[in-house]
Design a protein around this ligand. Structure first.
Ligand code: C5P
Length: 237
């Protein structure tokens, strides 16, 4: 597999073309950003940890019947993935209230959400990723009614799989964000699942083991990601 031109550089990952039209290479970088890129730092080892963590989670999801873009790990910081036609929408499921929902709705931080709740956001940094609903997505042509239904169903299916996986390793899956794309007529999970895009709390102490450590300046960011990987049995070396 030959790596060709860089197609796109996001805030934490770069995307490269390959010599096969329907495959891309993702490179997980050490760059870490928060608040739409206002806070930026390089965190040693983060690219490697996230690449391996993501590959592990994507494999677990595939085994449970969720199609993902992940094909294989290529190196410490790179993975080969299917090239999806990405839908510019973020799908968020929340099992516990924290973060933006607390600010928006004034609900109690840390309260259990039963049933878990669901939100769509438009991927648009300039507009600060505004929350949108099913109608906005269809009206403005970001995705069809069937695709909206598939994204919701798959995001909840992931919740069932990963909530238990993390609980078995002593962690609460508080919330997470997924992104999907089209591949050969199917809706497939793209982007990543790492502690950069979810919240994980220790089950007993409720210590934060995710990017909130960076957002809130708590320190020990990569150490926390490594702790999560270690608890799940993700091989890092
Ligand atoms: O900030 P908020 O509480 O809405 O975030 C919900 C979840 O989605 C968190 O796990 C956060 O890390 C993730 N998220 C993300 N990328 C964004 C916005 C939120 O990964 N642009």
């Amino acid at each position: 597999m030959e790596k060709k031109a860089e197609l796109y550089a996001g805030k934490a990952k770069s995307v490269y073309a390959t010599d096969e039209d329907d495959k891309l290479i993702l490179r997980f970088r050490n760059d870490t950003s928060a608040f739409d890129g206002e806070k930026m730092e390089q965190l040693e080892r983060k690219g490697m940890v996230n690449n391996k963590f993501n590959a592990f989670i994507m494999r677990k999801l595939e085994e449970a019947g969720v199609e993902t873009h992940q094909i294989e790990l290529l190196s410490d910081e790179e993975s080969l993935v299917k090239k999806l036609d990405m839908i510019p929408i973020e799908c968020v499921v929340r099992n516990i209230a924290t973060g933006s929902i607390v600010r928006r709705l004034g609900v109690e931080d840390g309260m259990d959400l039963d049933p878990p709740t669901f939100e769509f956001f438009l991927k648009n940094d300039e507009l600060h990723d505004p929350m949108v609903n099913d109608y906005h997505i269809r009206t403005f042509g970001w995705a069809s009614e069937e695709e909206v239904a598939a994204m919701k169903e798959l995001t909840f299916k992931v919740n069932g799989i990963l909530k238990q996986l993390f609980l078995d390793a002593g962690m609460l899956l508080v919330d997470y964000k997924l992104e999907f794309g089209r591949y050969q007529g199917r809706i497939v999970l793209g982007d990543e699942f790492t502690p950069d895009g979810c919240r994980l709390w220790d089950k007993d102490t409720r210590n934060k083991l995710d990017k909130d450590r960076f957002r809130q300046g708590l320190g020990g960011v990569v150490e926390a990601y490594e702790e999560v990987a270690h608890r799940l049995g993700v091989p890092l070396e």
